[in-house]
Design a protein around this ligand. Sequence first.
Ligand code: SF4
Length: 245
Amino acid sequence: MAWLKQLGALFGAHAFLALTFALAWVAPDVALAAKPGDAPLVMVLEGITLLACVLVGGFVEVAYTFLPLILLGVVLFLLAVGRAGLSWGVVGFVWSVVAAFVEGLRAHRGELGFARENIAHPHRRYDRIFLLYFGTLPLVPLLWLVTPARVVIWATVYYALAAASDSFLRAPIDRIPRAILRRMQSKTDPALAAKLGLCRTCLYVQPAVGHPDGKPVRCALSTKDARFVEFPDVPLSTCDGYKPR
Ligand code: SF4
């Protein structure tokens, strides 16, 4: 059944978006095609939401940041250009946002295991997508002199790569953000390392986003084992749940 899951991922929202933008580029008269004007809007909203997710806290709260921003963006878009701007490209985008929202909630409840153990976990998917978005961004100025369809081509390439990174190219593309993260973690400030204690090197640690008392650590093991509190008082020197990365 693994091949069926991969097929589902391949023909999911990102593959659909790649197809609609490819049609806007090569066959704009086809009924399913996105309109060329949809591409800048969709790509800018995608970038804003990716940045928001990272700035708010390393994708932990994707579910809380993604949906309101996108819905606001889509409503503003419809107000600005009217229903004529609504195409399958925008529909596909809303589909991908709702899917991300549902997956973010499932991850927050612990249904998808831990990001470091599960390559399909949304936090790892967003590492890959973030990298693909900014990795393919230089295409826009490069295409500027060649064709007016630059953003549509960028959207096609980006969503096709995003679909591939969620299916048959998942493992190879995942190595890039993993290597970057490992490098960043190896350079942790000693004062911060002392503040986080044992949790810093534990498999189950996550950043505690927006905790009212400013606690820095969320323990993901707490979602599966009631012996562990969600926001431990760090630094801990011993812990029965500790598992090194
Ligand atoms: S299991 Fe223990 S060491 Fe690991 S994150 Fe939770 S509280 Fe920290």
